[in-house]
Design a protein around this ligand. Sequence first.
Ligand code: DWN
Ligand code: SAH
Ligand code: ZN
Length: 405
Amino acid sequence: MLTCRICEGPLREICDFGRHPLSGGFLRPDEIEREFFFRLAIGICGECSMVQLIEEVPRQLMFRNDYPYLSSGSTVMRKHFQQTAEYFLRTELTGPDPFIVELGCNDGVMLRTVAEAGVRHLGVEPSRGVADIARSNGVRVSTDFFQESSAKSFYAENGPADVVYAANTVCHIPYMESIFRGLDALLAPGGVFIFEDPYLGDIVQRTSFDQIYDEHFYFFSATSVRAMARHFGFELVDVERLPVHGGEVRYTVARAGRRPISAAVTTLLAEEEAAGISDTATLTGFVERVHKISTDLVDLLEKLRAEGRTVVGYGATQKSATVTNFCGIGPDLVSFICDATPSKQGRLAPGSHIPVCPPERFADPYPDYALLFAWNHAEEIIAKEQKFREAGGRWIRYVPDVHII
Ligand code: DWN
Ligand code: SAH
Ligand code: ZN
């Protein structure tokens, strides 16, 4: 029997997406032969409602020295994290000598504002390449994985943390028992653990199935996070919905009984109950819509190819690995993908082996259609690439359904 990675309750499989590569595995041509694959499938726990991957990919394969994602690549996200830092500086970090720890600080997009304010901080970032960029931005970083053992040494060296924060990182960590033991060791008695991740409610409602890939192990809801916090002796005390990355929730967790539970928690729990977020019918409906998107997208791309239209991808996102590999989209349907990240350029996208090119290739000449893989950055990218529209180009989106804009 499959069991839940949080509470060991029975896990029921919801959807099998088939064989998938590492979503961050951008390849040189000589690496194709050795490409790693695993079974991408999700299930839901009958006890705690946590939606999770069924197979776990070893962390050292994903979070490597050459981890490709740079958090500062979007103006909207830079602003989001600057505002987040400013919010912490004026709320939780106002004591005599406050201390904040960030898990998965990446290139220092959030902590650089904290560092500039002269506040004690520590970024925990196992991917050395991005950790080095954070250091060059004046951020103090440990390249350990956060877990019970490293958390205990952070405490021994720095004392208690007022805030432990993580964006788009907690959902990447299967070993949650070790994380909560680490939090118990590191957090001040009245400290808080604040984390934000893609929200199951938005994934289901928008059919953003491309949020499901190797690194995203958990798909959180207020219902499952409340149960998880309880299971490890903590309590969910606040939630806030965020518009970034296609819809996220920021959860605040404290030691049980230390903070009042906000009305927002009660409201979101009630909304999830009313929407039947963990019901079989809801999840079956989601899977049916995923199959429809896949068929519609491939039909559209094949029709455009038959008409002799040119189609390229925009944004070599890790999400796009799920779309290309699940739908079976290769260089015959999407000739290349433009992406501003230097380390992805000149490589082949995982599994699909679609070449990744610098954004300058986009206008040289403009294609007839651009498939917007970075749909979560739509506003920013469409504004930046206004000339494409003016030249008669059209964007293709596939979330919440396949449409041309
Ligand atoms: O959870 C995760 C999120 C935070 O980041 C990680 N597991 C991995 C990664 O996921 P992703 O690759 O799906 O994230 P994004 O933010 O959707 O990626 C956007 C991609 O598009 C980047 O490669 C940068 C690129 N881009 C671009 O070329 N021009 C982005 C913008 C805004 C642009 O103007
Ligand atoms: N916080 C950034 C980066 C998210 S990508 C943002 O929101 O844009 C996820 C990051 O988590 C990667 O940089 C990865 O190296 C890091 N990570 C993965 N496992 C971790 C762990 N156990 N402890 C700390 N960081 C981890
Ligand atoms: Zn469970």
